[in-house]
Design a protein around this ligand. Structure first.
Ligand code: BG6
Ligand code: MG
Length: 215
């Protein structure tokens, strides 16, 4: 059971904003270019993990080996596709309940952090004008060991001066729930039915979450 909650840590893609789909579409283009079949079911394995680990998974799925040079080129190309697809990202791309939950947390004196594997996380948080709500952002540039390692969440908790058992982690990915568990955090699975029996608590949407029950 959690101690009194002092901090909330949010994954970004698929929890705060709809960008998980943009990642999927961009990877699908890359997979096609190297002749690997790749669908939404395969994509579940990619959710939450780093850019390089994602490409490794796609190569594994297609049983392909490529040169280091092509590997780097495909990573750059994927990011280009992705950034192009989110050029017009704005608050209409937020998932339901985000602003309300961030506002409640602020009113209750809880700190909030972003804990994301994405190297684009800061850029996106700023585009969405959400910086104000977060006391810290830990992203893919800040960690040595990406999810499912707990490093990203442990750093977030540390920067908020909280212990893991004083934080809640909101996640939409299997790798993210595994990272939360490995770090001793209570996990709230959001909007991905695959997390129903995996996360400590499951909700279809942040609109269902009652923060008062944890603080
Ligand atoms: C995670 C996403 O948040 O970030 C993954 O769930 C994505 O789909 C990963 O691949 C890395 O993102 P980026 O923006 O650094 O390529
Ligand atoms: Mg996610």
């Amino acid at each position: 059971m959690n101690d009194k909650t002092k901090g909330l840590i949010f994954d970004l893609d698929g929890v705060l904003v709809t960008t998980e789909y943009n990642h999927f579409v961009s990877w699908k283009k890359i997979a096609k270019a190297i002749d690997v079949s790749f669908n939404e079911h395969d994509n579940e394995q990619l959710k939450g993990i780093s850019r390089a680990d994602s490409l490794k998974k796609i190569l594994e799925l297609g049983n392909k080996a490529i040169s280091e040079e092509l590997f780097e080129e495909l990573l750059a190309q994927k990011n280009e596709f992705y950034l192009n697809s989110i050029k017009k990202i704005n608050r209409s791309n937020l998932l339901p309940g985000v602003i309300e939950l961030l506002q409640s947390a602020a009113q209750m004196g809880l700190k909030c952090a972003v804990g994301s594997s994405s190297r684009n996380a800061r850029f996106i948080v700023t585009k969405l004008e959400l910086d104000f709500y977060f006391s810290t952002i830990v992203d893919g540039n800040d960690v040595t060991f990406p999810k499912p390692s707990p490093e990203v969440f442990l750093k977030g908790a540390q920067r908020m001066n909280c212990q893991p058992n004083e934080c809640l982690v909101f996640e939409d990915a299997l790798s993210g729930v595994a990272a939360a568990r490995a770090g001793g955090f209570m996990s709230i699975g959001v909007g991905n039915p695959l997390l129903k029996n995996v996360a400590d608590v499951y909700i279809d949407s942040l609109t269902e979450f009652r923060l008062e029950a944890y603080a």
